[in-house]
Design a protein around this ligand. Structure first.
Ligand code: ADP
Ligand code: MG
Ligand code: MG
Length: 339
């Protein structure tokens, strides 16, 4: 019997279009003799689109308005063997959709409510990973109300970290709302931007030198494996939105040219983080490697990383001998695995 798979794509976050691209790749790759795949695109307004509108959105890359309220449509997810929530960012990768699917009793690809929610939130991730003894940059938390009522305490916290520093909304991705602040004079603008997007903001010390950015893929549930390590190189001050999504601005290097013991340490730390955060299925774990000092710092864990055929995560496993189609098949098997 073919497995019936519901593929969710699009979604309400700034990464809507990225998700549609990933979904097109996955749709083409799930073997038709094993899987019967139905895509459903979620519009930017959060509505689940019926089949013709979904098809149109997948082809044009633009979701129309209209569609059904999520709760109405979720009932029609009944009868599927598994759901592949190929959604990035808030309202998709953060435990919300995972909670809905858990309530509906349908197995799904990737982390559950806890792992998704904690990994999406940069502050919670830092706290959990600190208690697991994983090295990270120094950081501090600020909440919007505090910024409005006592801005000086927030400014002092920033000064204690030193400049330059990074200001980031706690719950976003794709570098949206992130600023690198070189001088105290630029702090307020960066905080105003981050607080316009999130109630909680993280301030992060910058690594001592511009870091190399290295990433590793994790695959599995309670016996996860790590891929080879990859590196991203780009010609920009940091890996901002424009650099991420402008063709030709960044290049991937797999395997990353690193001393073997550093690559091994990256894989070990990534597996430890995956377990500490209670992730499942897949994650891409991103690190900063400061070549000058030999420091290795975990930056973030993405529980639903970019998934086109040319994205880092699938490329990392391709280098490990698992092609794209075998990888998505394995992810569905992991969703259906008894744990
Ligand atoms: P996102 O989840 O949006 O990808 P990141 O935390 O990965 O956000 O930050 C985006 C980019 O900003 C990183 O890839 C890196 O280039 C730069 N960056 C972020 N934090 C730091 C830091 N503490 N030190 C140096 N560079 C950083
Ligand atoms: Mg991220
Ligand atoms: Mg990142």
């Amino acid at each position: 019997m073919k497995k019936r798979i519901l593929l969710l794509a699009g979604g309400q976050s700034g990464e809507h279009e990225v998700s549609l691209m990933s979904a097109r790749s996955v749709l083409n790759a799930l073997p038709r003799d094993q899987f019967d795949v139905t895509p459903v695109v979620i519009s930017k307004q959060g509505r689940w689109l019926p089949p013709t509108e979904t098809q149109r959105a997948l082809e044009s890359g633009e979701a129309p308005t209209g569609g059904d309220l999520v709760l109405h449509r979720a009932a029609s997810a009944e009868g599927y063997d598994a759901v592949f929530p190929l959604l990035h960012g808030p309202m998709g990768e953060d435990g919300t959709v995972q909670g809905l699917l858990t309530l509906a009793g349908i197995p799904f690809v990737g982390s559950g409510v806890l792992g998704s929610a904690v990994s999406m939130d940069k502050i919670m991730t830092k706290q959990v990973l600190a208690s697991a003894g994983i090295p990270q940059v120094a950081w501090a938390l600020a909440v919007r109300r505090e910024w409005q009522a006592q801005p000086d305490t927030v400014r002092e916290r920033a000064a204690a970290l030193g400049y330059p520093l990074f200001v980031k909304p706690a719950n976003l991705g794709s570098s949206v709302g992130i600023s690198k602040v070189a001088r105290a004079e630029d702090l307020d603008g960066a905080l105003n931007l981050a607080f316009s997007l999130d109630r909680r903001v993280i301030l992060e010390a910058m690594t001592a030198h511009k870091p190399r950015e290295v990433e590793v893929g994790i695959l599995g549930n309670d016996a996860p494996i790590a891929s080879p390590v990859g590196e991203l190189r780009f010609d920009a001050d940091f890996y901002d939105y424009e650099t991420k999504y402008t063709e030709g601005r960044a290049s991937m290097h797999i395997p990353a040219p690193l001393p073997p013991e550093v690559a091994e340490q990256i894989r070990t730390l990534a597996l430890r983080a995956f377990r500490a955060l209670d992730c499942a299925g897949l994650a891409r774990v991103d690190f900063f490697y400061v070549e000058e000092t030999g420091e290795l710092l975990l930056n973030e864990v993405n529980t639903m990383p970019g998934f086109t055929t040319t994205s880092m995560y699938p490329k990392l496993f391709e280098a490990a001998g698992l092609n794209y189609s075998a990888l998505v098949t394995r992810l569905v098997e992991l969703a259906l695995e008894d744990r």
